[in-house]
Structures are given as structure tokens and as C-alpha cells.
Design a protein around this ligand. Structure first.
Ligand SMILES: Cc1cc2nc3c(=O)[nH]c(=O)nc-3n(C[C@H](O)[C@H](O)[C@H](O)COP(=O)(O)OP(=O)(O)OC[C@H]3O[C@@H](n4cnc5c(N)ncnc54)[C@H](O)[C@@H]3O)c2cc1C
Length: 390
């Protein structure tokens, strides 16, 4: 008998799992329960949709190296009936900047990234000035720049392409909300939905993003993932910045080109970052008090900026260590969690979908070993320290 997998949430994570499952084994029955096919509040549709290898942990670098390989070949991989999706991938590079106190860490991270095959250059302040004439380097000691393999793309387009391909391979998407999960001992047996249906399952995947805590609670599991609002500001400027990358200022403020305009943002301070803030509001004070002054310091031509539009989405924020929790919980045999990506889930979507499908179909990872991200560290309170959280 073929097994039946029910995936809760059809954003980048749920749709990537669905795609890899059906692409690897056409006999496995896959049902994705997604309450909103427009993805109006889903993080995958509201993100800055960028990909980098400039992390400080080997696993994150490896996941994003597969991510870029997947995005580059998305046309062939996710073609449906002769139509090749395009996600408008721009490999414009990330530019991480450091002042003197951050230089040693930047160099360490760079050595690791190069060792793992990422195409990142280390630049001193004179080299930074030479390559980015519009940059204020007065207080900078060094920077690292992604020569290739890093950039930005259409995140909503990626989800739609994964979803469409998964459906073409036989995954079933149902538009309804999961309201309960039946559990017998160490197994989830049924998924109950608001449409009145009950879905029998051999395996359940929690891919509910910022709402995964509620799904875990239905199983009696406490997952340390909370909805933390992050705002993005789309600004126009008369400044023309030659070859502008995705720039990460030492303060954490970032910007990148978006067509002829720019998008920018930053995370609020830890003491002003409550859970579940409304998504129909934006933190304008953060722009006025932190983002704009920082940008105008770093890029003097940004003294003149106009906010064209802005929006908010949720980071599915793992309060332990801002890294994903992927795998099954020791109290449950047949539930896989893929939650808590905390700001880098879009780029980790392909590696996660492939890894979770391996776990379900073969009981182990066959490509990238994602086991460092399993529940063990969460239950033992041993965070994985990622120094480059944005
Ligand atoms: C402002 C911002 C900027 C970001 N920038 C980047 C970036 O540059 N690069 C990057 O890699 N990542 C970025 N991220 C993070 C990235 O967007 C997320 O990590 C990723 O999209 C998470 O995908 P997901 O599928 O888990 O969640 P989602 O896309 O939110 O999908 C979860 C889905 O579950 C559904 N759902 C929830 N509960 C239920 C239920 N009970 N029943 C049925 N359906 C349910 C929801 O409707 C939703 O569609 C950013 C996020 C934000 C908010």
C-alpha cells in the first residue's frame, strides 16, 4: 500500500516537500492543506527573497549552495507542459561590511565559506572604495562580497512554480484550514480541517511557517517558534548606484536594488520585538529613526529617499537560535517538523524539501545531512550559533 503524507501549509517549505516527494516517488499520496492559495499573509510571499552563502555555519552554507543550484535550473526542473517558470534571479551578490571590531569574525566566516566552495571575495577598505564608489568606507575595516551565487529573485514566483509542478506530478492541494490533529499514542492518525473533512495520514509534515506553533500544540508539542513582524520599505532615490549589491551594514540594516528602486529593512531591537504584531501595520519609526539615518551614513547619496510603499511579514522566529528545526520529535513517530527558519527559509526551501522527502521515503538523509537541525539541540537547550543572522 502506498503511504499517505499530509502537509500542513503550502508555502515554500510545504510546496518544496510536496514537489520532492512526488518527483522521487510517484506512488506516495501527497495532500497539501493550505488555507490561502493567494498567500496574502504567508512569509514566502512577503519576504525580501534573497539568497546568500555568507553564513557562519557549514550547514547553512551547504543548504544555500544547493538553493542557488536549484534556482538557476528552475526552468528545467519545474517545467510544466512545456512552460518554464522564471523567477527573475539576479546574482547581484551580498556585501557584508565590518568595522574594526567585526573584522576578525568576517575573516573567519569568509575562510569557511571559501572552503565550502562559495564564491566570496574579501575586500579591504581601499578595494571596497574602488569597487563601490558610492560607499562611505570611512569607518569600515573590510567587507565580503558574493561574486556569484548570491542575489535576489521572485519569492512568490518560486512558491507558485513549486506548487504548480507538485500538482502536475499528482500532489493534491486542498484549500481549507487545519483545525485539529488526532493522535493515538506516539502517532498522528488524522488531520481535521475546517471544511469538515478528516484526512487519514501515515505521515504529517508541519510546514505552517509562523503558525507552526499552533499546529505543534495540536500534537501536544511545544515548539519555540513565534511570529515576529519584520517590515520592508520600498524606496526610490535619484541616486544611481553602479552595481549595487544586497548590502548588509555592520548595524544590521540592509538594502538591495528592486528594479529602479530599492528595498530596505532591519530587525527591531530584541527588547522591542513582541510576538504576533498585526501584519497590516508597519514600523515607520524604525525607518525614520534607524534605517534611513544608517543608509544616509553608508551611502551619502541616500540622503534623498522617498518611501514608495511598505509591508510587513512574519519571521517564523526560533527563539532558541534562529535556525530551522527539521525532523521528527522523539515523542512522535510519524510527524516531521520543518519550522523556525527565522529569515532564511526561502533560500533553504529547496534543500529542506529534498531532505524532508528523503527522511520520509528512505528514513535517512541521502544528500545534505540536515540532522544537526533536528530536535535534539532544542530539547537539550544547545543553540547552534549563527553569527550572520539578518
Ligand atoms: C520581511 C521578511 C524578509 C525575509 N527575507 C528573506 C530572504 O531574503 N531570504 C530568505 O531565504 N528568507 C527570507 N525570509 C524568510 C522566509 O520568507 C521564510 O523563512 C519562508 O518563507 C518560510 O516558509 P514557510 O513555507 O515555512 O512559511 P509560509 O510561507 O508562511 O507558509 C506557511 C503556510 O502555512 C499556511 N497555514 C498556516 N496555518 C495553517 C492551517 N492551520 N491550515 C492550513 N494552512 C495553514 C499559511 O497560510 C502559509 O501559507 C523573510 C521573511 C520576512 C517576513
Amino acid at each position: 500500500m502506498s503511504s499517505s503524507v499530509v502537509i500542513v501549509g503550502g508555502g515554500v517549505i510545504g510546496s518544496s516537500v510536496a514537489y520532492f516527494l512526488r518527483a522521487s516517488d510517484p506512488t506516495v499520496q501527497v495532500t497539501v492543506i493550505e488555507r490561502d492559495p493567494t498567500y496574502a499573509r504567508s512569509s514566502s510571499a512577503l519576504s525580501a527573497a534573497s539568497i546568500r552563502q555568507q553564513f557562519s555555519t557549514p550547514l547553512s552554507v551547504r543548504m544555500s549552495l544547493f538553493g542557488i543550484e536549484f534556482l538557476r535550473s528552475i526552468g528545467e526542473r519545474l517545467e510544466v507542459n512545456g512552460e518554464r517558470p522564471s523567477i527573475d534571479l539576479h546574482e547581484g551578490g551580498y556585501l557584508f561590511l565590518a568595522t574594526a571590531p567585526g573584522e576578525a569574525t568576517l575573516r573567519e566566516n569568509h575562510a569557511l565559506q571559501r572552503e565550502l566552495g562559495a564564491d566570496i571575495s574579501l575586500l579591504d577598505s581601499a578595494q571596497l572604495r574602488a569597487r563601490f564608489a558610492w560607499l562611505n568606507t570611512d569607518d569600515l575595516a573590510a567587507g565580503t562580497f558574493g561574486e556569484s551565487g548570491e542575489g535576489w529573485f521572485d519569492g512568490y514566483g518560486l512558491v507558485q512554480a513549486l506548487r504548480r509542478k507538485a500538482q502536475s506530478l499528482g500532489a493534491r492541494y486542498v484549500t481549507t484550514e487545519v483545525v485539529g490533529i488526532g493522535r493515538e499514542g506516539r502517532r498522528a492518525t488524522t488531520v481535521r480541517a475546517a471544511n469538515g473533512e478528516t484526512y487519514a495520514c501515515d505521515v504529517v509534515v508541519n510546514a505552517a511557517g509562523a503558525w507552526s506553533r499552533g499546529i505543534a500544540a495540536m500534537l501536544g508539542i511545544d515548539i519555540p517558534v513565534y511570529a515576529r513582524r519584520r517590515s520592508i520599505f520600498n524606496v526610490s532615490s535619484p541616486a544611481k548606484l553602479e552595481r549595487a549589491p544586497l548590502l548588509i551594514d555592520p548595524t544590521g540594516v540592509y538594502f538591495r536594488p528592486e528594479g529602479r528602486t530599492y528595498i530596505c529593512g532591519t530587525s527591531p531591537s530584541a527588547d522591542n520585538d513582541p510576538d504576533d504584531l498585526p501584519l497590516d501595520e508597519v514600523d515607520h519609526a524604525l525607518f525614520d529613526d534607524v534605517i534611513w539615518p544608517t543608509l544616509a551614513h553608508r551611502v551619502p547619496a541616500f540622503e534623498a529617499l522617498r518611501v514608495e510603499r511598505c509591508w510587513s511579514g512574519y519571521y517564523e522566529y526560533n527563539v532558541l537560535d534562529q535556525n530551522a528545526i527539521i525532523g521528527s520529535h522523539p515523542d512522535l513517530e510519524n510527524c516531521i517538523f520543518a519550522n523556525g527558519f527565522s529569515g532564511h527559509g526561502l533560500q533553504q526551501g529547496p534543500a529542506t524539501g529534498r531532505g524532508v522527502s528523503e527522511l520520509i521515503l528512505r528514513g535517512r538523509y541521502e544528500t545534505i545531512d540536515l540532522s544537526p537541525l533536528d530536535w535534539t539541540r532544542v530539547l537539550e537547550g544547545r543553540p547552534i550559533i549563527e553569527k550572520n543572522v539578518v
